[in-house]
Design a protein around this ligand. Structure first.
Ligand SMILES: Nc1ncnc2c1ncn2[C@@H]1O[C@H](COP(=O)(O)OP(=O)(O)OP(=O)(O)O)[C@@H](O)[C@H]1O
Ligand SMILES: [Mg+2]
Length: 249
């Protein structure tokens, strides 16, 4: 098991956003998270990326890193947690005044203090991998949404994370641009990247995932293989959600 999450809880003031979340992520596997707006999906990813601190619960990694949020978690532990994962945001979050290449090299140069020439070589390779070999010197405003998001993916990969986190990576895109981004994520799945993906793309989730989690109201209502959760859900709330999302009014 790459990561085991036990009893994770997070509140914002009186609002309990995550309640007793248990999740396991296997190495080289894809976990997808689905669920209605406000159910806590982004908060869960942000906890995994150390952008938020849980109130309760444990993260146990296969290399021995343990974060117990009942106790005081040190800055060093949070930094180790942060380093493990790369996050791809719904809104791309690229630096507007940097080129595609500079967006990808920024993290390794400034955070990891790696050598510029080596980082540039890696960044070019990653931009080729996401199909942007001819766009490396363009700025975000000169790129389509799908191209910007592929830069976002290359940027996350450049930090050489063990875990890739995607927060609705295609929901800001025009429908015709969704496919090119999903294809890149599918390629990563084939290369056995360990990934957690929040998505509303049910067909994609059923194709790419090894495990699907349905969240509602801060709880995991149901989880299991995609054939079960997406095709033959047991819980009424899962059935209703899938019906709504697959039959938009
Ligand atoms: N920084 C914050 N401060 C206060 N409340 C927050 C904060 N971040 C999230 N919340 C609240 O936590 C709840 C869950 O939010 P979250 O963004 O995790 O949901 P989500 O499942 O990602 O929804 P969506 O599908 O709309 O992205 C919401 O009620 C939200 O208002
Ligand atoms: Mg969200």
């Amino acid at each position: 098991m790459f990561l085991t999450i036990n009893g994770l809880a997070k509140s914002f003031g009186a609002n309990e956003v995550l309640k007793n979340i248990d999740v396991s992520v296997e190495k080289g596997r894809v976990v997808s998270i689905i669920g209605p707006s406000g159910s806590g999906k982004t908060t869960l990813l942000r906890c995994l990326n150390a952008l938020e601190q849980p109130d309760k619960g444990m993260f146990l990694f296969d290399d021995g890193l343990q974060l117990n949020f009942e106790k005081k978690v040190t800055k060093k532990e949070l930094l180790e947690l942060r380093r493990k994962s790369g996050m791809v945001f719904q809104s791309y979050n690229l630096f507007p005044h940097k080129t595609a290449l500079q967006n990808v090299t920024e993290g390794p140069i400034n955070v990891q203090k790696s050598k510029k020439t080596e980082v540039e070589e890696l960044a070019r390779e990653l931009l080729r991998k996401v199909g942007l070999e001819d766009k490396m010197d363009l700025y975000p405003h000169q790129l389509s949404g799908g191209q910007q998001q592929r830069v976002g993916i290359a940027r996350a990969l450049a930090m050489e994370p063990e875990l890739m986190l995607f927060d609705e990576p295609t929901s800001a895109l025009d429908p015709e641009l969704v496919g090119e981004v999903l294809r890149v994520i599918k390629d990563l799945a084939k290369e056995n990247w360990t990934m957690v993906i929040v998505t509303h793309e049910i067909q994609f989730a059923s194709e790419v995932s090894d495990h699907v989690i349905f969240m509602d109201g801060g709880y995991i209502v149901e989880q299991g293989p995609p054939e079960e959760v997406l095709k033959y859900p047991k819980e009424e709330r899962t059935k209703q959600f899938l019906h709504r999302i697959l039959n938009p009014a």
